[in-house]
Design a protein around this ligand. Structure first.
Ligand code: AMP
Length: 526
């Protein structure tokens, strides 16, 4: 039985092919499919024999990106266990809450998060859901924790598979965004992985592609945008410990990377790296941008300066990252669009009464299809609330589609604000601000206003050395937008708060400015 044993299959088909380069290790680690499968067999054998991991058990990891995330994911697949990666940005108390909710038996951790693990360990050591085995990936670890190398060395590499595993069973838990309260654990089944791979491959992943992953591996972007598909195709993937623009450009050039994916903030940061002017990106068939709207001026900059074409992608934890795609051929003609729904996803755009709307009318995007997750772990209420009576999943994204069935994300439902009775979609304003030569990053939020209900506030990070005043930016926006959409104020910040994926945390900006406004505090950080 091979469902779940992805690497076991790959060792049969392409044992000698280069599977993975972990460029975050020193020295770099390069493994063929045979070597990797044997390594993961060792881990699975250890988990089974020493930690008693069986079908349905959770195996957790708190670590920056590295091969161990994937080792754990694939070892869990072999055992029918549930890989449970945590967002390392969370506070240890938040992590503790997730651990109490998911009760993993094993926790892998990297040295950078030792303190958090130590707090968690102290808090749960005498509780029924105490973690039984702590495994440190490097460094000295904590009292009683076992070195990862020892785990691998002490176990046989004999094949391990779970005979009774079915496609509907859960492969991993991925915690959503974290931008709205305590993250919920979306249950990702092997069925969901399979359909997401199909959606991704149909949209142009080929045999021989080389993919560089910079997304966090605790997020759907990391595990499923391309990595799972790359393994299923027997291709090579490259890991880095974290997103470092200079290194990313070097690796694309050195390893002749053909497929790269990032969120807009990353693409912006790459253009500011010292080696951007000289970087050779000619091996790239395309770059995929997803996670948030990609400013059109950035698409144009990549085309003009590097000849790199963009594919837009749209996805989400609960339905997989491969939901919509805009082919590179359309990147300019349909700039700003996320493209059309991928092959195995059904979509509708609905109004507040859940009635489908026509072309060019804004509405909420709702989804149906086989790449849907199986609800949220231990949270039947939230699982039920996400679906309407007809089984459509409500995304909370406001979109529209044009006459050719190309979709445009207008905004998140909760990011949209209403000013003087008019719906305002911050993304539209941000796209304009990005055209201003001094603007490096920006985010527009709605803040309370006694006259209009809400008005826009633009939070702007200027490019190093660049200058611009509030009046100047407001005048610039007035030159491009209907006046009711133009933010009433601009605040200059040193940086914007970002999530683990690199998305701007508007919730934090809103909390900051709404509080300050109510408390009458200063709004500027200089
Ligand atoms: P997550 O579950 O963390 O991957 O977040 C999913 C959400 O990210 C979606 O519901 C959208 O709001 C947003 N998103 C993903 N891709 C795009 C995109 N290409 N353009 C705009 N928003 C996006």
């Amino acid at each position: 039985m091979y469902i779940g044993d992805y690497l076991g299959r790959r060792e049969i088909y392409s044992p000698e092919r280069l599977a993975i380069i972990d460029a975050g290790k020193s020295p770099e680690l390069r493994l063929t499919y045979r070597e990797w499968n044997r390594r993961v067999n060792r881990l699975a054998n250890w988990l089974k024999a020493e930690a008693g991991i069986a079908k349905g058990d959770r195996v957790a990891i708190l670590a920056r990106d590295g091969i161990e995330h994937l080792d754990s994911f694939f070892a869990c697949g072999k055992l029918g266990a549930i890989h449970t990666p945590f967002n390392w940005r969370l506070h240890w108390r938040e992590l503790l809450a997730l651990i109490e909710n998911t009760s993993p038996k094993v926790l892998f951790f990297s040295d950078d998060f030792k303190e958090k693990v130590s707090e968690i360990k102290a808090a749960i050591s005498d509780k029924p859901h105490a973690i039984k085995h702590y495994i440190h990936l490097e460094g000295e670890g904590l009292p009683g924790s076992i070195p990862y190398e020892q785990v691998l060395e002490s176990s046989p590499d004999a094949p391990v598979t779970c005979e009774t595993l079915e496609a509907e069973e859960i492969a991993c838990l991925l915690f959503t965004g974290g931008t709205t309260g305590l993250p919920k654990g979306a249950m990702i089944s092997h069925r969901m992985i399979c359909w997401n791979v199909l959606n991704t491959i149909i949209h142009d992943l080929r045999h021989g592609d080389i993919y560089l992953n910079v997304f966090p591996l605790f997020h759907t972007g990391g595990l499923f945008t391309y990595l799972s598909s790359q393994v299923i195709l027997g291709n090579t993937s490259i890991l880095v410990r974290q997103f470092e623009p200079e290194k990313v450009l070097e690796l694309i050039e050195r390893e002749r990377v053909t497929v790269f994916a990032g969120v807009p903030t990353m693409y912006q940061m790459l253009t500011e790296a010292p080696n951007w002017p000289t970087a050779d990106l000619s091996s790239l068939r395309f770059c995929t941008s997803g996670g948030a709207p990609l400013p059109v001026p950035l698409i144009q900059k990549y085309m003009k300066e590097k000849g790199v074409r963009f594919k837009q992608g749209f996805g989400m934890t609960e339905f997989g990252p491969g939901l919509f795609a805009l082919a590179p051929e359309d990147a300019e003609r349909k700039a700003g669009s996320i493209g059309r729904p991928n092959f195995f996803v059904d979509v509708r755009v609905v109004d507040d009464q859940n009635r489908p709307v026509g072309p060019n009318e804004p509405g909420e995007l709702v989804l149906k299809g086989p790449s849907r997750s199986s609800g949220y772990w231990n949270d039947p209420e939230a699982s039920a609330a996400a679906l309407d009576e007809e089984g459509w999943f409500h995304t909370g994204d406001i979109v529209r589609y044009d006459e050719e069935w190309y979709f445009y994300v207008l905004d998140r439902k909760k990011d949209m604000f209403i000013s003087g009775g008019e719906n305002i979609y911050p993304v539209e304003i941000e796209n304009v601000l990005y055209q201003h030569p001094a603007v490096q990053m920006c985010a527009v939020i709605g803040v309370p206003d006694p006259k209009w209900g809400e008005v826009g506030k633009a939070c702007v990070v200027l490019k190093p050395g660049a200058k611009a005043t509030e009046e100047e930016l407001i005048a610039f926006m007035k030159g491009h937008l209907a006046s009711y959409k133009v933010p009433k104020s601009v605040v200059f910040l040193k940086e914007l708060p970002l999530s683990g994926m690199g998305k701007v945390l508007k919730r934090e900006l809103r909390a900051k400015f709404v509080q300050e406004q109510e408390g009458g505090g200063s709004e500027s950080e200089g």
